[in-house]
Design a protein around this ligand. Structure first.
Ligand code: GTP
Ligand code: ZN
Length: 344
């Protein structure tokens, strides 16, 4: 294929190629979703930007920025299986989840060398990234404003020795994040308000993303052909910049939490009771480790809080689902009643 290079630069990987049949290859074109609108999808193909119709029978709510798909030039035909999915519970809609981004390789967990730094929050982000199957990297901004950025770096490293920590001035990241931002790589930013996500995104893309009021102006068509949410990085990769990243909550993240607290998870496996709550039970391996000074009790508390949060969010999700089904039955019945009244 002559377009192998540009596709690879878009993030195309063997995982996606493997999903194609020979027939697909001869008739359809791989493309990457750059923006999702109600009835139209912006995508990037080896040949350039495309504006596509959604596939028959698939709501655009099922399509995420970053998705790989096959298209026939005018219509998106089929989505390819994702390597990673960032989603959130859609509040109040009853819908199971709202897609935020697909096929993100690295999630920059952004916090600052100041009071925003909070181990519980970072652990939540780590669990979230892992449950989404995205590699986490902790980015500490505002190093230039801190008298001792190394101390913040050390605190972040102590949270999880397996995770890379980069301390920087978000306005001038230089090459510090380049390893994760190269051609073929896709990144996204997660962090609370004011930590420097916009600043960092602008520095990494070399473009100034207008702030909200000006973005509304963009909707009139100034940037209609370039995907608004899949932004090219100066280092060759892509940044997925979608609304909703700030409010990501844990739900269905049990595996991600277990991976982030794998030390406690392993200890819990040695407790005498398999449903041990690690409070006052006899034979509790976690409490024994705390007594021996090997485990910080605050970390146990954070682990339990996250598990509770995840459980509650996941439960509510199931409840919302049940309510939806009940509502579906009601509306179908109302439809039948109306039809009967009309004598149909
Ligand atoms: N000195 C310094 N200022 C920074 C740094 N990062 C961000 N800022 C400043 O902090 C303020 C907030 O940065 P933003 O990039 O808007 O933060 P954000 O995370 O995008 O915030 P939201 O859009 O509310 O989510 C701005 O005034 C930035 O210029 C940094 O590393 N050093
Ligand atoms: Zn226990």
């Amino acid at each position: 294929m002559t377009d192998t290079l540009p596709l690879a630069a878009l993030g195309w990987a063997p995982d996606f190629l493997r999903q194609l049949t020979l027939d697909d290859l001869s008739t359809l074109t791989p493309c990457r979703v750059a923006a999702v609108h109600r009835s139209r999808i912006e995508a990037l193909a080896a040949t350039g930007p495309l504006s596509l119709l959604p596939p028959p029978g698939l709501s655009t709510a099922e399509i995420a920025v970053g998705d790989w798909a096959l298209c026939d030039g005018t219509r998106l035909i089929r989505l390819l299986e994702r390597r990673s999915t960032l989603a959130r519970r859609a509040a109040g809609t009853g819908a199971e989840r709202q897609l935020i981004a697909a096929n993100v390789d690295t999630l920059f967990l952004v916090t600052s060398c100041n009071a925003d730094f909070n181990p519980a929050r970072i652990e939540r982000y780590l669990a979230l990234a892992r449950s989404a199957e995205v590699t986490p990297v902790i980015v500490l901004t505002k190093a230039d404003e801190s008298p001792d950025p190394e101390a913040w770096q050390a605190r972040a490293e102590a949270i999880d020795r397996r995770v890379a920590v980069v301390t920087l001035d978000a306005r001038a990241p230089g090459e510090r994040l380049a390893d994760w931002a190269r051609a073929g790589q896709t990144v996204a930013l997660l962090g609370s308000s004011g930590v420097g996500k916009t600043t960092l995104a602008n520095a990494l893309t070399g473009e100034v993303q207008a702030t909200a009021p000006i973005r509304a102006d963009d909707a009139k068509g100034r940037h209609t052909t370039t995907g608004r949410h899949l932004r090219p990085l100066s280092a060759g990769g892509w940044l997925i910049d979608t609304p909703g990243m700030r409010e990501l909550r844990l739900s269905g993240a049990e595996a991600g939490i277990a991976a982030t607290f794998d030390d406690l998870d392993a200890l819990a496996g040695e407790c005498r009771f398999h449903d041990c709550t690690h409070q006052t039970e006899p034979g509790c391996a976690v409490q024994a480790a705390i007594a021996a000074g090997a485990v910080d009790p605050a970390r146990l508390a954070r682990w339990q809080k996250l598990r509770r949060e995840d459980r509650i969010n996941s439960e509510t999700l199931a409840e919302a689902h049940a309510r939806d089904r009940a509502f579906g039955r009601l509306t179908r019945k109302a439809g039948r009643d109306k039809a009967r009244l009309r004598g149909e």
